[in-house]
Ligand binder design. Structure first.
Ligand SMILES: N[C@@H](CCC(=O)N[C@@H](CS)C(=O)NCC(=O)O)C(=O)O
Length: 223
C-alpha cells in the first residue's frame, strides 16, 4: 500500500539507518522522511503524534511507533529477518543490544546531551577525537572480540541472514569510517558478515543511491 509505512528521522545514518536497511533488505516499501534539526524542532504537529516526542519513529497505517530497538525488531519481522526459533531470537537480541551499546558509547563522547535536541552541542572536535580515539584503542577491541566469538562462519546467528547481521554491518560501517583498518587483520568472522551484507544487491543499491551517507562506499581494504 503506497505510503503505508513512513519512517521519520533526521538526514544521515544515525540510529535510523538500521531501520532503513532492514526494510530495504526485506523489500518492504517505506517512505524515508528526512528532516534537518531545525525542521524537526519546528514540527509541533508531528512531535505531538510521536509516542516519546523523539525520532526515529515509524508511522504504520497512521499508528506511530517509537524507540529504535522496537522499530528495528518490527522492521526485522516485516523483512523476515527476525529468527523464528526463540533461542536464536534471544541470541540475535543480545547481539543487537551489544552493537547498540557501542553506538551509545560513541554518542555520549560526541554530544553534551540528547542528539538532535534543542540546545545539544557537539563536544569540541579535538576533545571528541581524543576521547573516541582512546576508546577505540582501549575499549572497542574487547567489545568487538566478544562479537567475533559469538559469530558463526558467515552469519551472526546460524546459517541464514538475520537482523543481527544487518545491525552489525551498520555498526561496522560507522566504525570503519573512523578506522578503515578495523577488519584488515583481525575479526575474520565479522569481516565475513560485513562482506556478506555489503554484497547484497539491495544493500549495494542503497549505498549507491545514498552516497552522501557512505563516504567510503562499501569497500574494505584487502584482508
Ligand atoms: N531511546 C530513543 C532515543 C531517541 C533519540 O534520542 N532521538 C533523538 C535523535 S537521535 C531525537 O529525537 N532528538 C530530538 C529531540 O529529542 O528533540 C530511541 O532509542 O529511539
Amino acid at each position: 500500500m503506497a505510503n503505508y509505512i513512513q519512517l521519520h528521522y533526521f538526514h544521515g545514518r544515525g540510529i535510523g539507518e538500521p531501520i532503513r536497511l532492514l526494510l530495504t533488505v526485506g523489500g518492504v516499501d517505506f517512505v524515508d522522511n528526512r528532516y534537518t534539526l531545525d525542521e524537526f524542532a519546528a514540527m509541533a504537529d508531528l512531535k505531538a503524534k510521536l509516542p516519546f516526542g523523539q525520532i526515529p519513529a515509524l508511522e504504520v497505517g497512521g499508528v506511530f511507533l517509537g524507540q529504535t530497538d522496537s522499530l528495528m525488531r518490527f522492521s526485522a519481522r516485516l523483512a523476515n529477518l527476525y529468527p523464528q526459533n526463540s533461542l536464536e531470537a534471544a541470541r540475535s537480541d543480545m547481539i543487537v543490544a551489544h552493537q547498540a551499546d557501542i553506538h551509545s558509547s560513541i554518542a555520549k563522547m560526541s554530544f553534551d546531551g540528547v542528539p538532535g535536541a534543542p540546545g545539544t552541542k557537539m563536544v569540541p572536535e579535538p576533545e571528541r577525537c581524543e576521547r573516541i580515539g582512546a576508546w577505540m584503542e582501549n575499549t572497542l577491541p574487547g567489545l568487538l572480540e566478544r562479537l567475533e566469538q559469538l559469530a558463526e562462519p558467515d552469519f551472526m546467528i546460524g546459517t541464514t541472514l538475520s537482523w543481527a547481521d544487518i545491525c552489525v554491518f551498520n555498526r561496522l560501517t560507522q566504525l570503519l569510517d573512523t578506522d578503515e583498518t578495523l577488519l584488515a587483520t583481525k575479526l575474520p568472522k565479522l569481516r565475513a558478515v560485513y562482506e556478506g551484507v555489503a554484497a547484497l544487491p539491495s544493500v549495494r543499491a542503497w549505498i549507491d543511491t545514498h552516497a552522501e551517507d557512505y563516504p567510503r562506499g562499501n569497500a574494505l581494504p584487502p584482508g
